[in-house]
Design a binder for this molecule. Sequence first.
Ligand SMILES: Nc1ncnc2c1ncn2[C@@H]1O[C@H](COP(=O)(O)OP(=O)(O)O)[C@@H](O)[C@H]1O
Ligand SMILES: [Mg+2]
Length: 308
Amino acid sequence: MTRPFLRQAKEEPGIVDPASGGPILHPDSRVPELPTYTATRYLQPLREGGSLPAVVDTDAGGLFVVKFRGAGQGAKALIAELIAGMLARAFGLPVPNLALIEVPVPFGRSEPDPEIQDVLRASHGTNVGLRYLDGAFNYDNSAAGELVTADFATRLVWFDAFITNPDRTHRNPNVLIWERRPWLIDHGAALYAHHDWASVDDARVHTPFTRIREHVLLARSANIEAIDAELAATLSDQCVTDVLAKVPDTLLLDRTRGEEFASGDEARARYWDYLTRRRDGPRTFVTEAVRARTQLRDLPLHRLSARR
Ligand SMILES: Nc1ncnc2c1ncn2[C@@H]1O[C@H](COP(=O)(O)OP(=O)(O)O)[C@@H](O)[C@H]1O
Ligand SMILES: [Mg+2]
């Protein structure tokens, strides 16, 4: 197996279309571009979750919801936002366009709220933005359930179990409905193993992720085992490499909470190892999701609604 970043990566053969003999669309080509814009105007804080993101105008990219490195879980939350967001796109799951957002020193100085001032002061430099979806609203099973197919629910449950995302619950779905389609946001709490790499042993790499039982779309999902092989194969080594290559050194080497890695590539190698080993299995997260879904179906209906 090719292990990039710390060693020279070997060329992958690429996928050839048996009909034409030419190259066909490789999953890697779905890794999105990650442009950089500069924040020009602080428009509005979003206080729903804990991390105090904001709608921000930019020099050339238009409006973004910016997740600030000076908030909550710091640079790690932004790294998770980028990796999970780009991986979701590689799986064909819709995520608003991602961008790196530079916050210049004078940005937001006139904001009267001291809490916002504190966050912005600690966020100079590179932050992460998601395209602002004007008019989007939060998904709710009872209000927008018909806009989500069983196939989408199944893929999303697999994906969230893979990236260990605890933030897709009934109370806090982090699925927006925009133009009658579901969009995924807020992956900052995913990949939580990276908050303490030293304790990440084989068992933690392969965690079954029992919190999948709280997933907002678990009851709507279908046969998770049936798509497991397909999704694991979508996540090629090259795809993981391409995603990680886009995560900037400034975030990977953020020293706010101590020094972890000597170089950006050393950090990327650690993530690469984690993601590819979790992909290669044993994928107990699939078994666990199947178990949780069966249990959910067996619950009497009144217990199901009490879960909310
Ligand atoms: N790209 C977006 N477009 C429109 N609204 C968004 C977007 N991203 C987030 N929001 C709104 O802001 C809220 C908080 O953003 P989120 O990323 O979930 O941050 P937190 O970590 O604080 O939960 C969301 O619940 C949603 O209502
Ligand atoms: Mg949220």
